[in-house]
Design a protein around this ligand. Structure first.
Ligand code: A3P
Length: 295
């Protein structure tokens, strides 16, 4: 894979008020030509919420738990990332066009930027949400290692930007709430990272029911095992180690970093935590969406 014309650390570009990685913002135009199919399944998340994990689970489900088939290609090829675009690497749109039905697709887009065809075709959505504090910490490390993002600066300044929605994909608060609202009127299975950590088998059963499939008990057990953090961290088809290191530098921070709930406690200072909690209460006031920031 080449990544020769890649320019790193470009500033974010705002589209309809939402800041995005420059290359991804520029991919939204061509993405208007994307044609969804009713049998597509869309995985939607705010970044760093367990997207890769649920993608691997779904690819396993779609292939009846066949490990060999799920080793056929890296996760970003098996589950095309719609708005993905980086010079020298097939775009999400290209990958989607080359993927046979029924397709699994991934996006981090807020509802307002989603290609309308997905909604028109009533494409089912699995949304995964993760508590804001762990997302912020995970995102900070990701910004450092994935240099298509601007420089994150210090942790303290990154946290301020995260709270203000001035990071790629904008406000976490808005994202989790608008997809939650949409789930009341549209076919969305709304899952939580913390629930998946607590009881992956239970959450996989929910997914199976939602996608209208059933698998023998032993296959479900195999999926739980294959999609554990430890397995995925060591799986080159899941851990993003196949991307060029100028796109993702795993020596700075592994993509599969810690994979736990409550890791934020090691990073937030007491003052940052107090400030964050007060701001969080304001932003989430009136919402019945409840998160666990530990399990
Ligand atoms: P951390 O940085 O906290 O470790 P995404 O795929 O949405 O970018 O999310 C990445 C986060 O999910 C990272 O969090 C990563 O380690 C975690 N993750 C990936 N696979 C996982 C798994 N199988 N179990 C638990 N966490 C996982």
């Amino acid at each position: 894979m080449e990544s020769d014309q890649l320019t790193l650390r470009l500033p974010l570009k705002y589209v309809k008020g939402v800041p995005l990685i420059r290359y991804f913002a520029e991919a939204l135009g061509p993405l208007q030509n994307f044609q969804a199919r009713p049998d597509d399944l869309l995985i939607s998340t705010y970044p760093k919420s367990g997207t890769t994990w649920v993608s691997e689970i779904l690819d396993m489900i779609y292939h009846g738990g066949d490990l060999e088939k799920c080793h056929r290609a890296p996760i970003y090829i098996r589950v095309p990332f719609l708005e993905f675009s980086v010079p020298g690497i097939p775009s999400g749109l290209e990958s989607a066009l080359n993927t046979p039905a029924p397709r699994l697709l991934k996006t981090h887009l807020p509802v307002a930027l989603l290609p309308q065809t997905l909604l028109d075709q009533k494409v089912k959505v699995i949304y995964v949400a993760r508590n804001a504090k762990d997302v912020a910490v995970s995102y900070y490390h990701f910004y450092n290692m994935a240099k298509v993002h601007p420089d994150p600066g210090t942790w303290d300044s990154f946290l301020e930007k995260f709270m203000a929605g001035e990071v790629s994909y904008g406000s976490w608060y808005q994202h989790v709430q608008e997809w939650w609202e949409l789930s009341h009127t549209y076919p969305i299975l709304y899952l939580f990272y913390e629930d998946m950590k607590e009881n992956p088998k239970r959450e996989i059963q929910k997914i199976l029911e939602f996608v209208g499939r059933s698998l023998p008990e032993e296959t479900v057990e195999r999926i739980v095992q294959h999609t554990s953090f430890k397995e995925m961290k060591n799986n080159p088809m899941a851990n993003y180690s196949t991307l060029p290191c100028d796109v993702m530098d795993h020596d700075i921070s592994a993509f599969m970093r810690k994979g736990i709930a409550g890791d934020w406690k090691k990073t937030f200072t007491v003052a940052q935590n107090e400030r964050f909690d007060a701001h969080y209460a304001e932003k989430m006031a009136g919402s019945n969406l409840k998160f666990r920031d530990d399990i």
